[in-house]
Design a protein around this ligand. Sequence first.
Ligand code: A3D
Length: 320
Amino acid sequence: MARPRIALIGAGQIGGTLAHLAAIKELGDIVLFDIAEGTPQGKALDIAESGPSEGFDARLKGTNDYADIAGADVCIVTAGVPRKPGMSRDDLLGINLKVMKAVGEGIRDHAPDAFVICITNPLDAMVWALREFSGLPHEKVVGMAGVLDSARFRHFLSVEFDVSMRDVTAFVLGGHGDTMVPLARYSTVAGIPLPDLVEMGWTTQDRLDAIIQRTRDGGAEIVGLLKTGSAFYAPATSAIEMAEAYLKDQKRLLPCAAWCDGPFGLKGMYVGVPTVIGAGGIERIVSFKLTKPEQAMFDKSIDSVRGLVEACKAIDPTLG
Ligand code: A3D
């Protein structure tokens, strides 16, 4: 059986890391696409030359031509610009919306059967726009944010409790922004929910609140340290986890920005919710009842995503 084909649209910091990870994990043959001439070709060659030492079997190609993504099984989109210190994700909207138009049309024309994972910010609005421009089925276009946000939450919790990250589960809902909703009652250490751990004296409510706030600010913390761009190792790893779930039909339960028309009472919008990813793409959305305070936080997050989608429509009137 031929290897799967993975197209990475955008060969910057995240795109290059995605290519490296996909090669090391032997997820398939990899095409790196970018408008910058030489960048995708250089990164593809550099990673390919790590193959003999690493011992992976994967072909890598860098290109500036969309025709080379033909037949891709998975497309991961990072094309656009990242944040610099002092910028919010929403400040990127105008520039990245134009990029989503070019990318969406490129995928529509050359890789219409792919499972598409969008990473470009502001995430929830960009994945919506990418789906509109590409015309692909909603279940095949998804945004990466919740896996990263919950990984950050899990990391902070594992340090706080001094336990393995593998035994910490975390749940983050809502838009990928300052209004994201980390759900403490569904986040656990080996099945013990965080509120119980507070009662058991493992931490205090104040310390837990600080960790939740640090999770919300997780992206900005890295931007502040790097000064020249945003996080890329953990975002790439998170998207690879989603791609692997699709390619291997793993039926993983992962929080993703998915199209919701019904779940959580939403009427047709992209936002971060628990999903099941398998060979069908987004096969299911896991909806459940929120408490009043959780619902209030979720509603605030939804309002902020809706505002960004309206801003996209104002910039590009061809959008729904
Ligand atoms: P960067 O290293 O600048 O790479 C972006 C690449 O996109 C560059 O190589 C550009 O040449 C390329 N590009 C620009 N326009 C086009 C186009 N029209 N077609 C193809 N390629 C193009 O950025 P990065 O890799 O650090 O970040 C990429 C995106 O991911 C940014 O929008 C970030 O804000 C976003 N991001 C999202 C998360 C989430 O959790 C959702 C986390 C981190 C970064």
